[in-house]
Design a binder for this molecule. Structure first.
Ligand code: SF4
Ligand code: SF4
Ligand code: FES
Length: 504
């Protein structure tokens, strides 16, 4: 019950719900509660934004003080005794909720936020159930188009101000404000301003109710039917930590959301949010396609496709074989690939496959980087470990110029980040034999590609990426692959290794 120093950090010890807790000096009761996994109901407070203190919902009782106080703006002091569970506190929460619901429509059954709405959740917990409100609700504008990724329903807004602060503090675009007063107050954009940045869907994440909904996700699926697993966004070299939401029983992916981490804080960008779509059925390559001799390319099994590739490799000199590798695979996949082809089989021609228009130095100042690959660092490290040149370069044109007889190409997973991909696939079609390992279903449109293997997506495999500053991003808990024939590089290489062992 004192002020003390732990290492170089001054600390404060106080009591929350009869539990003694120690936090750095200056910590608010709300932040302290979060640090110690104690939950205090709140709407306007968010750990990634400044304190606003506007919702008056996070009320707590401090011993020997006459009135309840808001935990989000209450600094913990030594010996303070705080409760968030006393009956008088619960009663205050109940009335605060009643107030928030004065003008909030009761359209939960048709609201896209149902299932993850804080207002709904709290009401289930401490709601009055018998409202004392007998006046008609104030109606406000609905389904407003205020950004390319967003729909705003101002009627559902509880004026928590989170979105306004996000625009001011995080993106610094200041597009939103709360206009008018009293029950006419309404959230909206300033005249002539639209929300145009690459971080729009964070507004959906932080809005505690269904006022902001995502154009991409709304009405596609009820959230309680979805399963989520942690992964890393493959959209750029920042490697934001994310949760992937899917319905594995029908092999469908629905959305990505940011997962709090030291890499990305609480946010992710909209481009990154789109990096789930290529794993869905309609966009992915679902089975191998192989052309043999004069027989036209046809659908085949993975075993047959691998046997055909091994046959080609056995018939080729190691000088005839080249690898073309994009930086969109895991460190583990690169290691197994180079162990087999470079170390064991002696292949020395390894080319990096990069998007020619990318600007490696580009950075938007928040998260999004010009290197649109999740594992450029990991590929460099793996090349170095295999004794190959490891500096980042684009070897695509050189490979096409050399036109080796047998190319094994690890295609980019996130095709939309490779605008030159269609033109590049056309060039690969002209080469004698390319085995393209890819998840991109559009590759099947290039009939000159003689050997296509379907790959798993980032949410379907284990491994890790190294981001731009070599921080590890783990893929540890995969969904089942979206097609029975999909493999990761490690699995393909292991199968090829077995086939070689039996053939030599
Ligand atoms: S739109 Fe959502 S985040 Fe913005 S003020 Fe209203 S409730 Fe809060
Ligand atoms: S900043 Fe990069 S890693 Fe983060 S969400 Fe966007 S694309 Fe994905
Ligand atoms: S969370 Fe404290 S006043 Fe809103």
């Amino acid at each position: 019950m004192s002020e003390a120093t732990q290492g170089s950090v001054e600390t404060v010890t106080f009591t929350l719900n009869d539990r003694e807790i120690t936090v750095p000096k200056g910590t608010t009761v709300m932040a302290a509660a979060r640090l110690k996994d104690v939950y205090i109901p709140h709407f306007c407070w968010h750990p990634g934004l400044k304190i606003a203190g506007v919702c008056r919902f996070c009320l707590v009782k401090v011993d020997n003080r006459p009135k309840l106080e808001i935990a989000c703006n209450l600094t913990a002091t030594p010996g303070m005794k705080v409760s968030s569970v006393l009956p008088e506190v619960k009663e205050a929460h109940k009335w605060a909720l009643e107030f928030h619901l004065v003008n909030h429509p009761l359209d939960c059954p048709i609201c896209d936020q149902a299932g993850e709405c804080k207002l709904q959740d709290y009401y289930m917990e401490v709601g009055k159930y018998k409202s004392e409100m007998d006046r008609p609700k104030v109606l406000k504008p609905k389904a407003l188009d205020i950004g390319s990724e967003l729909v705003l329903d101002t009627e559902r807004c509880i004026l928590c101000d989170r979105c306004v602060r996000f625009e001011e503090e995080v993106t610094k675009t200041g597009a939103l404000g709360i206009f008018n007063r009293g029950d006419r107050a309404v959230v909206g954009t300033y005249p002539d301003k639209k929300i145009e940045h690459n971080y729009q869907d964070n507004l959906v994440d932080i809005c505690p109710v269904g006022a902001f909904t995502s154009r991409d996700f709304r009405f596609k699926q009820r959230v309680w039917f979805l399963k989520d697993k942690p992964a890393v966004c493959p959209g750029c070299s920042t490697g934001c930590h994310v949760d992937v939401y899917a319905k594995p029983q029908v092999r469908s992916y629905f959305r990505l959301k940011p997962r709090e981490s030291a890499v990305n804080g609480f946010w992710m960008c909209d481009k990154g949010r789109n990096t789930y779509k290529h794993m869905n059925q309609e966009q992915r390559l679902r089975f191998p396609l192989v052309a043999e001799g004069s027989v036209a390319r046809r659908k085949t099994t993975v075993d047959e496709a691998l046997a055909a590739l091994v046959g080609r490799l056995l018939a080729a000199n190691k000088e005839d074989v080249a690898l073309l590798v994009s930086a969109q695979y895991t460190c583990e996949e690169y290691k197994t690939l180079f162990d087999l082809f470079v170390v064991k089989l002696g292949v020395s021609k390894v080319y990096q496959w990069r998007e020619p228009t990318e600007d490696l130095k580009a950075f938007d100042g928040l998260l999004y980087r010009g290197d649109h690959n999740p594992n450029t660092r990991g590929l460099s490290e793996a090349l170095k470990a295999a004794g190959l040149p490891s500096e980042v370069n684009n070897g695509f044109d050189e490979l096409v110029r050399q036109a080796p007889p047998l190319v094994i190409a690890l295609g980019p997973e996130v095709a939309f980040q490779f605008p030159s991909l269609p033109a590049q696939l056309k060039q690969l079609e002209q080469l004698p034999f390319v085995s393209l390992w890819t998840i991109d279903g559009a590759a099947a449109n290039y009939a000159g590609l003689k050997h296509l293997l379907p790959m798993k997506g980032f949410a379907e495999k284990r491994g890790h990426y190294l981001n731009f500053e070599a921080k590890v991003g783990e893929l540890a808990d995969p969904f089942p692959a979206g097609s029975d024939d999909a493999r990761d590089v490690t699995e393909v290489v292991a199968a090829l290794g077995d086939l070689f062992a039996h053939s030599l």
